[in-house]
Write a protein that binds this ligand. Structure first.
Ligand code: HAX
Length: 438
């Protein structure tokens, strides 16, 4: 499997000369002006990070190395002709920048299968937590407990030259990704299936094995999880999970520390936890209305009520996107293709009809359209994965692909410790040319 690592090195090293040239000869090129509003509204739109794996366009959605999700559905290798692409192929694409051959994808599957053994101490750490602690708490704690195994950390402590950091980081990243399905499934079976665990099947692909170990061996669930793992994998570098991973990694923390930090960020309700919140919000609505087939008028009234209560409508809005998230659309298409008349999916579609004009009419919500989290829960629920408190863990497993690929780039490029400046209120007032109210 060394050839994947070697190919990554050859391809990525070609960019090094460009990076050095940019820093040395063009370092004082001005990239734009930063406004007070940008800083005080969460640094939106400020170009501040170098991320190779994907790019998010506000009016088009995500592109992975230039390819849209629909293009990837056509081009990335699949196990079955009418199935979904394997996430292994997307990982290859993000790392190497080229669409892989089927053989490349099978090689990554095999590589991850050989690395997938999870040490007993990780299960012991999970089992030491209360069974009812949040799945994301169990997940991020389990990840952190694997730092013990970090080859990067050992190499660093042994004094290895920094030009080889990326190599050890690559090894940690591949091992970490390989172990995640087992860890996620272990937490799933521990919480929702009385600890009745299912052993991995090393002949299965990464997402297929996750479905298997969670207890779902049907082709349908494997197909859904392959789609799920592809569409959640990356969303350029500035989102909370990616940025937290990168930031912590910039202190030369190992991959387990960095990814665990990213997962703690993903667990927030405005980010990855929104996929559970969508389900909670819909459940509460249906309970309040006493129906599982609400009318558009009833949904509209519930949205208004949510806004009046000063709450967000989960699954809607985005910090960058200004359109319906293409990740929402591919899930909707998946449902149209494979699912006939599911009441929850009908409700999700009805919310999509009703919510955008109401959100737009508030005049303050910049993007009234649905994001990825508005649909994913209904699909999982349809196939029997009804435990919505677990959904953010599934998101997290997928997100490892992008943020971990980026971490290898970070170390190969030798990106420095990240340290933006912060300013006091007084500094901002001075810049605005105004004085504080007495
Ligand atoms: N419902 C109600 N109000 C909303 C809203 C929504 N869906 N989306 C934005 N707003 C509000 C904001 O809370 C903000 O209100 P205040 O001025 O009173 O603070 C105002 O509209 C302007 O916000 P914005 O500039 O449009 O949006 P932000 O960039 O600040 O936030 C969020 C983007 C995604 C966090 C936001 O749209 C939101 O809270 N959505 C609901 C939660 C959600 O679905 N999160 C998942 C996003 C996708 C993702 O990361 N998945 O992991």
């Amino acid at each position: 499997m060394e050839y994947i690592k070697n190919r990554f090195y050859e391809k990525a090293m070609k960019n090094m000369a460009d990076l050095q040239r940019l820093r040395k000869d063009y370092g004082d090129v001005v990239l734009g002006q930063v406004t007070i509003d940008q800083v005080l509204s969460g640094m939106k739109g400020i170009p501040a990070l170098l991320t190779e794996t994907s790019k998010l366009d506000a009016n088009e959605g995500i592109r992975f190395r230039g390819y849209s999700i629909q293009e990837l559905q056509q081009k990335l290798p699949k196990l079955h002709e009418d199935g979904e692409p394997l996430p292994e192929g997307l990982f290859y694409l993000m790392m190497i920048g080229e669409i892989p051959e089927k053989e490349d994808v099978i090689n990554i599957s095999k590589d991850w299968a050989t690395r997938a053994h999870v040490p007993q101490h990780v299960f012991d750490v999970i089992d030491a937590l209360p069974k009812n602690s949040r799945p994301m708490t169990q997940f991020s704690t389990a990840i952190l407990s694997m730092a013990y195994d970090s080859v990067f950390q050992k190499a660093y402590r042994a004094g290895v030259n920094k030009k080889f950091y990326w190599d050890f980081m690559y090894e940690d990243v591949m091992t970490l990704i390989a172990r995640l399905p087992r860890i996620a499934a272990y937490i799933y079976r521990r919480i929702y299936h009385n600890g009745d665990h299912i052993e991995p099947n090393p002949t299965l692909d990464w997402a297929g094995n996750l479905a298997h170990m969670m207890g779902y061996d049907s082709l349908e669930v494997k197909r859904l999880l392959r789609l799920y793992m592809v569409i959640h994998a990356d969303h350029e570098g500035g989102n909370v999970s990616a940025h937290a991973t990168h930031l912590v990694g910039s202190a030369l923390s190992n991959a387990y520390y960095a990814y665990s930090a990213g997962m703690v960020g993903l667990a927030g309700p405005l980010h990855g936890f929104a996929n559970q919140e969508v389900m909670d919000w819909i459940s509460e609505m249906l309970e309040q209305l006493g129906t599982d087939e609400p009318t558009d008028e009833q949904i509209a009234a519930y949205i208004e009520q949510t806004l009046i209560r000063g709450r967000v409508v989960p699954g809607y809005g985005h910090a960058v996107l200004r359109i319906t998230d293409p990740r929402f659309t591919v899930q909707q298409q998946f449902a149209e293709k494979y699912i006939v008349n599911d009441k929850l999916i009908n409700t999700v579609n009805a919310i999509y009809r009703v919510a955008p004009p109401i959100l737009e009419a508030t005049g303050k919500i910049k993007n009234p359209w649905p994001n990825v989290d508005a649909f994913s829960g209904a699909l999982l629920n349809h196939y029997g994965i009804t435990e919505s408190s677990f959904y953010t863990v599934l998101f997290g497993v997928s997100r490892s692909l992008g943020v971990m690929a980026s971490l290898v780039f970070d170390r190969l490029y030798g990106l420095p410790i990240e340290r933006p400046s912060s300013q006091t209120m007084e500094w901002f007032m001075n810049k605005a040319g105004i004085k504080r109210e007495e």
